[in-house]
Design a protein around this ligand. Structure first.
Ligand code: ADP
Length: 307
């Protein structure tokens, strides 16, 4: 595989007629990665039944992340299964957001931030110097804590990414399908020209999810996406996450343990040592982590005795 030149290594190889969208089965081998939206949708396999052992989208090996000389996380070993929701929990400051940002090289944007170790994405080292970080962030999208629609119309918020990528298909159809997929179409279809910022917080967050979906990612990273939302809006996002996992792999950082318990398939528990470096204590199926954890630290945390 490494002998081929993966598409992500060279954005110039992409088809100018359409944004480079992924086919999960061939996303990184440079032969089938750049295909049109219709083809990728048709080719997308069904999500495996929960009982089957899913393939890994990410393999994290001996990962440490630093801000200059400060080590924020250390020696993380982790596989992230495809078409699952994986939640990251742990006390504030243990490195959950830092770890999440390692999955799409978002930390690269922070001066002094660097990593040691490996993050493999479909078998390719994301931190290989030949990998195009912009293409990485298109395939591995991110939804932030505070909804951050652009100061543009609802329509243009969704169309922005595909336009930048040179999408030449029907933009109206792409906007509509993305808004539908993010479960917000019915609420906005009659006011697409109105500013995205005029929507409620929960609607803005679903608009941001539509914006992420519009560039056809493979993975969606969510950093406390509900912390600014009321309980009803939170529930809508959680329901949406479950629908989206048919097509996407979702990683979510949450400080809300109830949310992790009800809205994820897998849970990763991190804590931090005396040096304040976060480390992975335990990972596993969410039900197991919350009802029958193997590690005392996990038990103390999920039962509310610590953190
Ligand atoms: P969590 O998401 O679990 O609350 P973070 O990943 O935000 O934890 O932070 C982990 C550690 O890294 C903390 O000690 C925090 O102060 C530090 N940190 C986070 N972001 C930065 C940054 N941009 N520059 C320097 N240190 C940072």
């Amino acid at each position: 595989m490494q002998s081929e030149t993966p598409t992500m290594y060279d954005a110039d190889e992409t088809d100018a007629q359409a944004p480079p969208v992924r086919d999960p089965s061939t996303a990184m081998d440079g032969r089938g990665a750049t295909v049109n939206v219709g083809a990728v949708t048709a080719a997308r396999p069904e999500a495996p039944a929960p009982a089957e052992a899913p393939e890994s989208v990410f393999e994290v090996r001996e990962l440490s992340a630093y801000y200059s000389s400060f080590r924020a996380i250390r020696d993380v070993e982790l596989d992230i299964p495809r078409n699952r929701i994986t939640a990251f929990i742990g006390p504030s400051g243990c490195g959950k957001s830092t770890l999440l940002r390692c999955f799409n090289r978002m930390n690269d944007l922070i001066p002094g931030a660097h990593i040691k170790g490996r993050v493999n994405y479909h078998g390719v080292d994301l931190y290989d110097s030949r990998v195009d970080a912009v293409e990485v962030r298109r395939r591995i999208g991110m939804v932030f804590q505070k909804p951050n629609p652009f100061p543009k119309s609802i329509y243009d918020n969704v169309a922005f990414g595909p336009r930048v990528a040179g999408y030449r298909g029907s933009m109206d159809e792409l906007v509509e399908s993305s808004l539908k997929r993010a479960a917000i179409w019915d609420e906005v279809k009659d006011k697409l020209k109105q500013p995205g910022t005029a929507l409620s917080g929960g609607q803005q967050q679903r608009l941001c999810i539509a914006r992420t979906i519009a560039v056809q990612p493979d993975v969606i990273l969510m950093d406390e996406p509900c912390s600014a939302l009321d309980p009803v809006a939170t529930l809508k996002i959680e329901e949406l996450m479950f629908e989206l996992r048919t097509d996407y792999t979702i990683l979510i950082v949450t400080h809300n343990m109830q949310q992790a318990a009800r809205a994820s398939d897998e849970t990763v528990f991190l804590t931090m040592g005396d040096d304040r470096a976060g480390y992975l204590v335990e990972k596993g199926p969410t039900a197991e982590i919350f009802t029958n954890p193997r590690n005392q630290l996990t038990e103390d945390y999920v039962s509310g005795r610590f953190g």
